[in-house]
Design a protein around this ligand. Structure first.
Ligand code: FMN
Length: 163
């Protein structure tokens, strides 16, 4: 049984990175977690074979863009191709927004974009754990329906429980 079937659901972030020549790439990640409130840190786990990982090793910055239910189709496309082979930004209808403090752009359709600078990178098994310090944040909407990942091609939606 995969760990993704044991620990779920997990929010989906669209991680935007650039290589040394400024070529942008976008990939969904659900092995993600908040690490600290203040200052904010966020951790993501990225497999070394991803183009995103090569980019992050070269340019230690990324934007973490929260994915919503409406972005499911784009998430699937960005998770099915590698930036090594295609320009995913031109394949999906997502709008780049220049970041304030880092090179990778954010995504306008995302309600929340966190600009992150990588402060730690360490291999654990088949993924690298990357910890990013949030150096700028963009809150476009406070109310949204986060897209949640189960495993493989299975997704879930969130429901708020009244206490
Ligand atoms: C919903 C979803 C979540 C994913 N989560 C991760 C993850 O946390 N870490 C990872 O390395 N790959 C994850 N993947 C796989 C990558 O997104 C996928 O391999 C992608 O094509 C890599 O693109 P790249 O080579 O352009 O970086 C996920 C895919 C999907 C669809």
């Amino acid at each position: 049984m995969r760990i993704s079937q044991q620990i779920f659901p997990r929010p989906v972030l669209l991680v935007v990175s650039v290589d040394g020549r400024g070529r942008e790439n976008i990939m969904p990640a659900s092995f993600v977690m908040p690490v600290s409130f203040s200052p904010k840190y966020v951790a993501i786990a990225i497999a070394p074979e991803r183009q995103t990982f090569s980019n992050l090793k070269e340019v230690g910055e990324f934007t973490a863009n929260v994915a919503t239910l409406e972005m499911l189709d784009q998430v699937k496309v960005c998770g099915s191709y590698s930036g090594r082979d295609v320009d995913k930004f031109s394949m999906v209808m997502l709008t780049k927004v220049p970041s304030k403090k880092i090179r990778p752009p954010g995504i306008a359709e995302s309600p929340i974009t966190l600009e992150c600078v990588i402060v730690h990178m360490e291999l654990f098994g088949d993924h690298y754990l990357l910890v990013g310090k949030v150096v700028e944040e963009h809150v476009r909407r406070r109310e949204f329906n986060p897209l949640l990942h189960y495993t493989g091609d299975y997704y879930m939606e969130a429901r708020v429980l009244k206490s």
